[in-house]
Write a protein that binds this ligand. Structure first.
Ligand code: ADP
Length: 539
């Protein structure tokens, strides 16, 4: 075994070449370490060796072994246990470890291996000890400056490999963290390249736009964001043409309606934020997309509310004021018949006003989350129906009101005032929306588990596609025949809410031009729930 220094150099060079190749070809870390270990053992005329790497918690564990039966590797735990306390290793000094020889002796005895000497070689990057290469020799040899130089380069390579692996792993972790973050965000996120093509997008954006991530990748952004209507003056592309972004925090907001992939529309607000290099070049543009449909709806609802309130409240007030002014005139006060008539009209309008205010209050209470029932008792719906009919019978000459109840009709548990409000709304609508007159039938039916009330008319009817929406807040059907009919669009919204709170259901059958029938089903054993906003959309 008399290798010349020249031979050493050649072999060292060969090893270094193959290690460098392994590093570049991105073999996995264990394979690279095994190669380095094998080279180190060979160059140092050792028998076997181990490489231990530092874990996240600071302790060391073995990553590669050479020349040792796998089952014996764990016997060398005492070697790594001592590393964190070894000042020389920590300082990056390679060592012959004489103080370990006793332990080594024990290991040799236990394992039957020829172990006389161990050389420990620290792997250091930027003064940080990443791991140690242990080389075992069967005989004690000198550790020459040449050995030191040769091994030093192997240890450096090993340290680089470990460091690369660590960097790679932290890049992977970072990417996974970013993925998780992107997917967890409720808003849509689109990452654009400097040429405004799609780099990636999250699931929320898929839901908003209808584009699948895989289909969107690489496409120009304006294939994904197709504006149907835009409230903002410029699009991203126009802004970029004008020199946007001027600095890192220079965000751009665009709002409007997008056409989704399936053709439907959605209201969104998009904030574009640039990600710049240190030199100020655009690296990415991040678009955060928020579905603002509900804000838009709330806005529209507010507008409707204001117009309904102003119109519906103004009318009775104007009428009351008109009569009151007339009454102030002396000649009117001298005519008892006129006096009576005007006071009657004022009272009626005042009642209408009060009802309107009640409806508005109910609607806002309902929206706020609930309102308990006041009086819950056994309610005779026939009595209520009779009262409502007699209230409306005298109001219109064109309409005939008819009650149809069976002999035996069970009572239901409920709030009589609210149930009367339900029937009142339905009968009043039946009259309001059949301007040509006709028959209005209020019918009661008994089913095994529930009773069904229905109110039918021969009026204008309701187009099929609006039959669900009429139960929404403030929703009114556009119909030339009933344009002059006043109303808030709250009656059916409250009706359904009251019925649902009684554990019941409410629906309509209607043929435009022929008439409508509204149904209310109430369980015979009513379980009262708290009032809650019914599951209707805000429109
Ligand atoms: P309002 O009558 O105050 O407008 P409602 O909530 O009671 O509010 O009714 C909502 C809409 O449903 C009405 O504006 C009307 O267009 C329609 N509607 C309700 N009842 C009838 C009916 N019996 N026949 C035809 N249309 C009706």
């Amino acid at each position: 075994m008399s290798l010349t220094l020249f031979d050493y150099r050649i072999r060292q060079r060969d090893y270094l070449l193959s290690i460098a190749r392994a590093l570049v070809s991105r073999l996995n870390l264990r394979a690279v370490l095994r190669l380095i270990l094998q080279a180190s053992v060979d160059m140092l005329q050792g028998q076997s060796g181990l490489i231990a790497l530092r874990n996240d918690d600071g302790a060391f564990s073995f990553w590669a072994s050479y020349g040792l039966p796998a089952a014996l590797v764990s016997e060398f735990e005492p070697l790594v246990a001592d590393v964190p306390a070894n000042a020389d290793l920590l300082a990056g000094e390679e060592l012959l470890i004489p103080e370990l020889s006793e332990k080594l002796g024990q290991i040799a005895e236990q394992t039957g291996l020829l172990l006389r000497q161990v050389v420990a070689l620290p792997m250091v990057v930027e003064r940080e000890l990443l791991g140690v290469i242990f080389i075992f020799r069967s005989h004690s040899l000198r550790f020459s400056p040449d050995d030191r130089r040769i091994l030093g380069s192997f240890a450096d390579y090993a340290a680089i490999a470990v460091n690369n692996a660590r960097l790679y792993e932290s890049a992977v972790t970072e990417r996974r963290r970013l993925d998780a973050l992107l997917e967890a965000i409720g808003d849509g996120v689109l990452v654009l390249r400097p040429d405004l093509s799609v780099e990636r997008m999250n699931r929320a954006l898929s839901a908003i736009t209808g584009w699948r991530t895989a289909d969107a990748a690489g496409r120009p952004y304006d294939e994904i964001f197709v504006w149907e209507r835009r409230n903002s003056s410029r699009t991203l592309a126009q802004a970029v043409e004008q020199g946007w972004p001027f600095r890192e925090r220079d965000t751009l907001y665009v709002e409007g309606e997008l056409r989704r992939r399936n053709g439907s529309l959605i209201s969104v607000g998009i904030t574009y934020a640039p990600l710049l290099t240190r030199g100020g070049r655009v690296l990415n543009i991040i678009a955060v997309v928020r579905d603002i449909t509900r804000f838009r709806e709330a806005d529209a609802l507010k507008d409707t509310f204001i117009s309904v309130v102003s119109h519906e409240l103004k009318t009775p007030v104007a009428i009351i004021k008109g009569y009151a002014e007339t009454l102030l005139r002396p000649e009117a006060q001298r005519d008892p018949g006129l006096l009576q008539e005007m006071l009657g009209a004022i009272t009626e309008e005042a009642d209408r006003l009060a009802r309107l205010v009640d409806d508005l209050l109910d609607a806002s209470r309902l929206q706020a989350g609930g309102l308990p029932f006041r009086d819950v008792e056994d309610v005779d719906l026939r009595l209520i129906a009779r009262r409502v009919v007699s209230r409306y019978a005298s109001q219109s000459e064109r309409h005939t009101l008819r009650l149809e109840f069976p002999e035996q009709f069970p009572t239901v548990r409920g709030d009589p005032r609210r149930l009367e409000q339900v029937l009142d709304n339905l009968v009043s609508n039946a009259i309001k929306y059949s301007p040509a007159g006709g028959e209005v039938v209020i019918k009661g039916e008994v089913k095994p588990a529930e009773v069904i009330l229905s109110v039918s008319d021969e009026g204008v009817g309701i187009p099929l596609d609006e039959q669900e929406r009429i139960f929404d807040r403030f929703y009114r059907v556009e119909n030339p025949a009933t344009r002059a009919v006043s109303g808030t669009g709250l009656g059916l919204y409250l009706t359904r809410a009251i019925v649902q709170a009684h554990g019941g259901r409410c629906w309509v059958h209607s043929v435009p031009g022929a008439g409508s029938t509204f149904y209310v089903a109430l369980p015979q054993e009513t379980r009262l729930t708290l009032w809650q906003a019914p599951s209707v959309s805000l429109r």
